[in-house]
Ligand binder design. Structure first.
Ligand SMILES: NC(=O)c1ccc[n+]([C@@H]2O[C@H](COP(=O)([O-])OP(=O)(O)OC[C@H]3O[C@@H](n4cnc5c(N)ncnc54)[C@H](O)[C@@H]3O)[C@@H](O)[C@H]2O)c1
Length: 355
C-alpha cells in the first residue's frame, strides 16, 4: 500500500482489502452508503463487499447525462430512507461521473456528510478523484453547479482497471500524458519507454501521476494560477468535443483532449514558447500512446462559438495553458487567431499523413 498525504485529501493506492477496511475504521462511520453506476455496481462493488459492510447501495445509470440534480434527488431520498445520519460515510465507487455526483450530493446532505472516493476508471484515479472538485451538469453546461469539498479518503485499486473498456482506458491515459507534459519529466521519461496500453504497470503510473495533480492543487486549490496548467489541451479539446457532440460521430473526451494537446503544443511551438526539439518529441509520444485517428477537423470559424463560450474566459479573453518545456507549463497566454487557425490546419495534415 502506498499513501499520498495531502491537505486536500489523503490518497492511498493498493489492493482495496484489509487496508481499505482499516482506513474506513479510523473514520468510524455510523453506516456506509455506497453510490455506484450500474456498471461499477456489478463489476467493482462485489470486490469490496468482503471487506467493508455497506448498509445501502444507490445505483445511478451510467453516463455523464446522469450527473444531474435529478440523480442528486434520488441519492438524497434514498439516504433519507436508509436513515443516514450526519456521521455516515458516502463511498463513491465509479468513474469521474460518480465521484463528482456522489461527492456533491454528500456535501449537501444534512449540510454535508463525509465521503470517500473509490475511483474505478483511469481518469478518475489520476484526475477526477483528486483535488476536491465535485459537481453536476446543468442546462447542458458541464459542472455548472459544484463545490470544492475534500474527501475523507480516496482509495485507488488498479485491479478495477481490468474491466474498464479500452476506449475509457485510452481516455484516462490522455490525462496521464498531460500530467507528464505539464509537470513531471520523470513520468515523461517512463512513458517514453512505454508502448502498449494493454501491458502497463498501472501502479507505477499512479505513483508518478497522482503527485503531479496533488502538488498543483496544494499550491493553488482554487485555480487562481498554477491549477490552470491542468487545462493544457482542454481549450481546443473542449471546443472540439462540443463541436462534434451533436453529430453522428461524437469525440470522446480523451480523444478531444488528445487533439487539443497536439494543437496547443503546436501553438506553443509556433509562438516560440516551446522549443521545436521538444515539440518534435511530444507529438510522436502522443501519437504512439494515444493513437488519435484521422478526423475531419473544422476550420477555426466553426470552432469560434465554442472557444468563445469557454468557461475559463476572463474579461473576454480565453487564456491558454501552454507547455514551455517537458514538465512545465505556462498559463493565461493570449493566443492570436492566426496561431489557432494554423494549429488546426497543421493537425489535419499531420493526422492525414500518419493514418
Ligand atoms: N472533479 C474533477 O476534478 C474532474 C476532473 C476530470 C474529470 N471529471 C469528470 O469526470 C467524468 C469523466 O470520468 P470518467 O471518464 O471516469 O467517466 P465515467 O464515470 O462516466 O466512466 C466512464 C464509463 O466507464 C465505466 N466504468 C468505470 N469504471 C469501470 C470499471 N472498472 N469497469 C468497467 N466499467 C467501468 C462507467 O460505468 C462508464 O460507463 C466527467 O463527468 C468529468 O466532468 C472531474
Amino acid at each position: 500500500m502506498k499513501s499520498f498525504p495531502s491537505t486536500y485529501g489523503d490518497i492511498y493506492s493498493g489492493e482495496a482489502g484489509e487496508g481499505l477496511r482499516k482506513a474506513i475504521e479510523v473514520l468510524s462511520p455510523s453506516k456506509i452508503i455506497a453510490i455506484a453506476d450500474s456498471h461499477t455496481a456489478g463489476l467493482c462493488l462485489p470486490l469490496l463487499e468482503n471487506f467493508i459492510h455497506i448498509s445501502h447501495v444507490i445505483v445511478i445509470p451510467p453516463g455523464d447525462q446522469y450527473k444531474t440534480i435529478e440523480s442528486c434527488q434520488k441519492i438524497w431520498t434514498e439516504m433519507l430512507k436508509s436513515e443516514a445520519d450526519r456521521s455516515c460515510l458516502v463511498l463513491n465507487i465509479g468513474g469521474g461521473m460518480i465521484c463528482d455526483l456522489g461527492g456533491y450530493a454528500a456535501s449537501c446532505f444534512k449540510r454535508g456528510v463525509r465521503f470517500g472516493h473509490i475511483p474505478t476508471s483511469l481518469l478518475a484515479m489520476t484526475d477526477a478523484s483528486i483535488g476536491g472538485k465535485t459537481g453536476i451538469n446543468h442546462e447542458g453546461y458541464k459542472n455548472l453547479i459544484g463545490r470544492f469539498e475534500i474527501p475523507s479518503l480516496t482509495w485507488i485499486d488498479t485491479n478495477f482497471l481490468r474491466t474498464l473498456p479500452t476506449q475509457e482506458l485510452s481516455d484516462g491515459m490522455a490525462e496521464v500524458v498531460k500530467h507528464a507534459i505539464i509537470g513531471s519529466p520523470e513520468l515523461w521519461n517512463w512513458l517514453s519507454n512505454a508502448d502498449d496500453l494493454s501491458d502497463m504497470d498501472w501502479d507505477h503510473i499512479i505513483s508518478l501521476s497522482v503527485p503531479v495533480k496533488q502538488r498543483i492543487v496544494e499550491q493553488d486549490p482554487f485555480e487562481k494560477g498554477l491549477r490552470k496548467t491542468l487545462n493544457f489541451g482542454h481549450t481546443i479539446g473542449h471546443a472540439l468535443e462540443s463541436y462534434f457532440l451533436p453529430g453522428t460521430q461524437p469525440l470522446s473526451h480523451g480523444r478531444a483532449i488528445t487533439l487539443g494537446m497536439m494543437a496547443e503544443s503546436r501553438i506553443a511551438e509556433q509562438m516560440g514558447i516551446l522549443k521545436t526539439e521538444e515539440f518534435n518529441v511530444i507529438i510522436p509520444l502522443i501519437m504512439r500512446l494515444l493513437r488519435p485517428s484521422e478526423v475531419t477537423l473544422p476550420a477555426l470559424d466553426a470552432l469560434q462559438h465554442w472557444l468563445q463560450g469557454d468557461k475559463k474566459k476572463v474579461k473576454g479573453i480565453v487564456g491558454y495553458s501552454l507547455p514551455d518545456r517537458i514538465g512545465s507549463c505556462t498559463w493565461d497566454i493570449k493566443v492570436e487567431e492566426k496561431y489557432m487557425a494554423e494549429s488546426l490546419n497543421w493537425l489535419s495534415i499531420h493526422l492525414k499523413a500518419s493514418s
